[in-house]
Design a protein around this ligand. Structure first.
Ligand code: HPA
Ligand code: ZN
Length: 331
């Protein structure tokens, strides 16, 4: 195995942009559909694989929400999350901050507690069994309205012991961050950390709004930032983390191929970027595969990879002591 691949595999990593519903692999999807008697428009893995050809974010989200409809019981959310925890072990992810989308489940009559408890128990088991540390971030679906988001915030307040922050995901274009300014203000007052998807497909203006109006600590994706030099300057000066997801960007046609991805340019601009897997069951790979394929396409050096991995810890919501502990391993 080549040296750099070996280095990627063996190094400790933090993952900061991962939708737990996006880790639902076809085998578990079929199993849960059968158990819960949910009709899905596929009869085998081959059909699923051919449906996973997306032309943009919107076309992915339709399939993604359909897939999530097989999750009914607390045990289903546990099994989903436990499968991801095992992937963390395999990829040497030692810390993960995962998103979940309660509105996707509430709208199907699934109780908030069922969702959060299933996810949390699996992560706790991962922590006990092999020391995986974690944070859970609740995302608001931006295509829904402010009132619905406020209702989710009320539910999150009942689970402050499990939820560290709130985020914003789903269809970006036409749903600017400013739509949720008041919700984020209240979330911050309630003690939640904040992040938001911005500049995945949407314009740099959405990244400005996420920073200035939502006061987020991190931008999820953010790859459109290079279109605005003032924004690049701000992101560099403030070292605002951008949670980049290379394979996701290719699958959703943000870039035509990995060789054209702007991750290396962002790194050269001294931006606080790192690599993440987003929805790995749908986009063709977990974190190590994202790193290995990006390295291959963009010709990253070991130093570049080190920077990306150190950035993953620097940008996490771990305390300083834990950040330093992990970063020291790269000396
Ligand atoms: N973007 C927006 N919403 C999402 C994504 C994404 O990449 N994945 C799951 N929900
Ligand atoms: Zn995402």
């Amino acid at each position: 195995m080549n040296e750099i691949v070996e280095f990627i595999r063996k190094s400790p990593k933090a993952e900061l942009h991962l939708h737990i519903e996006g880790t639902l692999e076809p085998d578990l999807l079929f199993k849960l559909a059968k158990k819960n008697k949910i009709r899905i428009p596929f009869s085998n893995t081959e059909e699923i694989k051919s449906a996973y050809n997306f032309k943009n974010l919107e076309s992915f989200l339709k399939i993604f929400y359909q897939g999530s409809s097989v999750l009914i019981k607390e045990q289903d959310f546990f099994d989903l999350t436990w499968a991801y925890v095992l992937k963390c072990k395999e990829d040497n992810i030692v810390h993960t901050e995962i998103f979940f989308d309660p509105q996707t489940h509430i709208s199907r009559g699934i109780d908030f507690d069922v969702v959060i408890n299933g996810i949390y128990k699996a992560l706790e088991k991962g922590n006990k069994e092999f020391g995986l540390t974690f944070g859970i971030i609740m995302c608001f679906l931006r295509h829904l309205d402010e009132l619905s988001a406020f209702k989710m915030l009320d539910r999150a307040n009942e689970h402050k012991d499990k939820i560290i922050g709130v985020g914003l995901d789903s269809s970006e274009i036409g749903h600017p961050p400013k739509k949720f300014e008041r919700v984020f203000k209240k979330a911050i007052e309630n003690g939640f950390l904040t992040v938001a998807h911005a500049g995945e497909e949407g314009p740099p203006e959405y990244i400005w709004e996420a920073l200035n109006l939502l006061k987020v600590k991190r931008i999820d994706h953010g790859v459109q930032c290079l279109k605005d030099s003032k924004l690049v300057e701000k992101l560099r000066n403030d070292q605002i983390p951008l949670t980049v997801c290379p394979l996701s960007n290719i699958k959703l046609c943000v870039f035509k191929e990995l060789k054209q991805h702007n991750l290396k340019k962002m790194l050269n601009e001294k931006l606080m970027v790192m690599v993440n897997s987003d929805d790995p069951a749908y986009f063709g790979g977990y974190l190590n595969k994202n790193l290995i394929e990006s390295q291959n396409a963009l010709n990253f050096s070991i130093e570049n990879i080190k920077t990306l991995l150190i950035n993953s810890f620097k940008s996490s919501f771990l305390n300083d002591e834990k950040k330093i502990k992990w970063i020291k391993k790269f000396d």
